[in-house]
Design a protein around this ligand. Structure first.
Ligand code: IPM
Ligand code: MG
Length: 359
């Protein structure tokens, strides 16, 4: 089981270190190799996704990824920005299926900004298409200099595009996932305005014919954004495009109290996957040892489940995380009165301890 460890920028190094600690506490053998990615790679090698990092990722069964980005790179030309590293990994490895669960742990029900009764027991799975849409269309216009000049251009645009096979395969992923859950899929589009998303809606409807046991409904993205805060528990599996999925998954994550709790998996057709927390590099708290490592630790659990075929170990990690929450340990982002505040490394240690107590 070969794992590429790509911590990246900001809090990435701190949280990935805790996930590695947890993986090493299992009685399994991994071959782990670490490489630079994002701003860290740009600083060292002049490129956010160096050839060596990409090759390591390609040669691994799974990638454990921290986060990339920092405001200090905002003035770089786009191809050199840290975000290009994650986009490049997704595209080069064909990681088209992004699983972003939004689960509300019962201990954290008061950490949400919504009323407890709206989110208690919440368990949504957002499936975001990850290698198409306006993210990978043809851009026009490029900011070429650090002062923001577009070399005199009078317009800039990006093109939204989906192909039939791209939509078909993500629809299948969603229907298959729903079969293992409550057999409901909501497909989110903007078919009332955008041709690309009428196409999306029609093809999802077509693919649905192969899954008569799964209920499908369609929702416009603006309404979906509203329903997510009004009545989040009406959703089970949500499938949508790259851009809408980016936005809705951030929204859904915050329903649960903290984005610091949520893992994600990005898979290709052969189940090779990249696993990362749903949150970003949080440069404002980087290096302080206060970041919540649980999203990354839970991402490692998803990695064991989806790419390394180690379901039992995945469940062990998830149980250990629940145990630690039940013990009242909290990083700052999920702290509430009556609980015990701990730092990043203490949280990782507590998960390791909970794992060893399972035997
Ligand atoms: C995410 C992030 C990325 C995205 C950025 C960092 C490129 O926001 O994974 O959701 O937009 O996909
Ligand atoms: Mg995002």
């Amino acid at each position: 089981m070969k794992i590429a460890v790509l911590p990246g920028d900001g809090i990435g190094t701190e949280i990935v270190a805790e996930a590695v600690k947890v993986l090493n506490a299992l009685d399994l053998k991994f071959e782990m190799e670490t490489a630079l990615v994002g701003g860290a790679a740009y600083d060292a090698h002049g490129h956010p996704l160096p050839e060596a990092t990409l090759n390591l990722a390609k040669a691994s069964d799974a990638i454990l990824f921290g986060a990339v980005g920092d405001w200090k790179y905002d003035t770089l030309d786009r191809p050199l920005r840290p975000e290009q590293a994650i986009l490049g990994l997704r595209k080069n490895l064909g990681l088209f299926a992004n699983f972003r669960p939004a689960i509300c742990y019962k201990e954290l029900v008061n950490a949400s900004s919504l009323k407890p009764e709206l989110i208690a027991g919440l368990d949504i799975l957002i499936i975001r298409e990850l290698t198409g849409d306006i993210y990978f269309g043809q851009p026009r216009g490029r900011r070429v200099s650090p002062d923001g000049a577009f070399a005199g251009a009078e317009e800039a645009f990006d093109t939204m595009r989906y192909t039939r096979p791209e939509i078909e395969r993500i629809a299948r992923v969603a229907f298959e996932a729903a079969r293992k859950r409550s057999k409901r899929v909501t497909s989110v589009d903007k078919a009332n305005v955008l041709e690309t998303f009428q196409f999306w809606k029609d093809i999802v409807t077509e693919v649905h014919k192969d899954y008569p046991d799964v209920a499908l409904d369609h929702m416009y993205v603006d309404n979906a954004a509203m329903q997510l805060v009004k009545e989040p528990k009406r959703f089970d599996v949500v499938v949508t495009g790259n851009m809408f999925g980016d936005i809705l998954s951030d929204e859904a994550s915050m329903l649960t109290g903290s984005i610091g709790m949520l893992p994600s998996a990005s898979l290709n057709a052969s189940n090779q996957g990249l696993y990362e927390p749903s949150h970003g590099s949080a440069p404002d708290i980087a290096g302080k040892g206060v970041a919540n490592p649980l999203a990354t630790i839970l991402s490692a659990a998803m990695m064991l489940r989806f790419s390394l075929n180690q379901e039992a170990a995945a469940v062990r990690i998830e149980d250990a995380v629940k145990k630690v929450l039940a013990l009242g340990l909290r990083t700052g982002d999920i702290y509430s009165e009556g609980t015990t505040q701990v730092g990043t490394a203490q949280m990782g240690d507590a998960v390791v301890k909970a794992l060893s107590a399972q035997h």
